[in-house]
Write a protein that binds this ligand. Structure first.
Ligand code: NAP
Length: 280
């Protein structure tokens, strides 16, 4: 029988690419998101192996409904790809607390809710794979990404605990950390900065940062580099605890780990075009 995998946030970008990629590799894919119309378009390209499921990861009832549809088919999930994610941009001082809460609801509590709902069946089967989509921002936080970076740092931490808790239960946990990837996400992030462009006292910095940031995603790699890492995490006998996609971004992480924060700050400022704002 085909191995079944549930992918959250599969109506766009990385999740959509993972759904098609894994279906072509022979997985039975349950592609979940809120926009069911977008998901239905996937059925035509998934070699008949993609089932769309409406799911809002912030809504427990909707998670339970989706899982019931899978259970009613008599299937046990082998894999869960926690990919659903929301963007959030703005200066830490200015971003309203409701915005902080909203991005945590999706990126952290939503991920935990889906994981909690799926784990009993994986434990009962004595096997399974959980792949959490983190971000390079879960290790290197740019300015004006504080809330989003906090959620992705949280994903790193909770994934470490989960991986260690699940060793005796046969369920393996990996984090895949994309760098900038060419999906609608980056455009959405850049637009979120509009609100702060003329906002005292950060407006000048925000405008300079946005000028750099807006150029990153359109020229970034395709989401297929993430799908390849997810596929490895689902199929390798000993999956890595962490993947960086594309791989070359691992060098940025290695430098971040080696260099003192003060040096990393200056390198990032230079890259982001924010060095002119440094107070002498
Ligand atoms: N693109 C990048 O450069 C990049 C870099 C690092 C990490 N990531 C991470 O990669 C993941 C996917 O991002 P992407 O680039 O593919 O973005 P995207 O194209 O904007 O897709 C985001 C997906 O998340 C879904 N989603 C959002 N809120 C949801 C909710 N409450 N319940 C269920 N689904 C929800 C959206 O579907 P609906 O709106 O239909 O629900 C959509 O399918 C995210 O976790 C993101 O943080 C992206």
């Amino acid at each position: 029988m085909l191995q079944s995998v549930l992918i959250t946030g599969a109506s766009s970008g990385i999740g959509e690419e993972c759904a098609v990629f894994l279906a072509h590799k022979g997985f039975r894919v349950f592609a979940a998101a809120r926009r069911i119309d977008k998901l239905k378009e996937l059925t035509a390209v998934g070699s008949g192996r993609i089932t769309p499921l409406q799911m809002d990861v912030t809504d427990k009832a909707s998670i339970d409904n989706a899982l019931k549809i899978i259970a009613d088919e008599g299937l046990t999930l082998y894999g869960l790809v926690n990919n659903a994610g929301a963007a959030m941009m703005g200066p830490v001082e200015r971003l309203p607390l409701d915005d902080w809460r909203s991005v945590f609801e999706t990126n952290v509590f939503g991920l935990v809710a889906v994981t909690q709902a799926v784990l009993p069946q994986m434990r009962a089967a004595g096997r399974g794979r959980i792949v959490n989509i983190g971000s390079l921002t879960g290790r290197i936080a740019s300015p004006f990404q504080g809330a989003y970076a906090a959620t992705k740092h949280a994903v790193e931490g909770l994934s470490d605990s989960l991986r260690r808790e699940l060793v005796p239960h046969g369920v393996k946990v990996s984090v895949v950390r994309p760098g900038a990837i060419n999906t609608p996400f980056g455009h959405h992030e850049a637009e979120m900065l509009n609100k702060y462009e003329n906002d005292d006292p950060y407006g000048d910095q925000v405008r300079a940062f946005k000028a750099w940031f807006s150029k990153q995603h359109p020229n970034a790699p395709s989401p297929v580099v993430v799908a390849e890492a997810v596929h490895h995490a689902l199929t390798a006998e000993s999956p890595h605890s962490r993947y960086t996609a594309p791989f070359k971004m691992s060098y940025a992480l290695a430098l971040r780990n080696l260099l003192p924060s003060g040096v990393t700050d200056r390198v990032l400022e230079r890259v982001n075009g924010l060095d002119k704002f440094r107070k002498k």
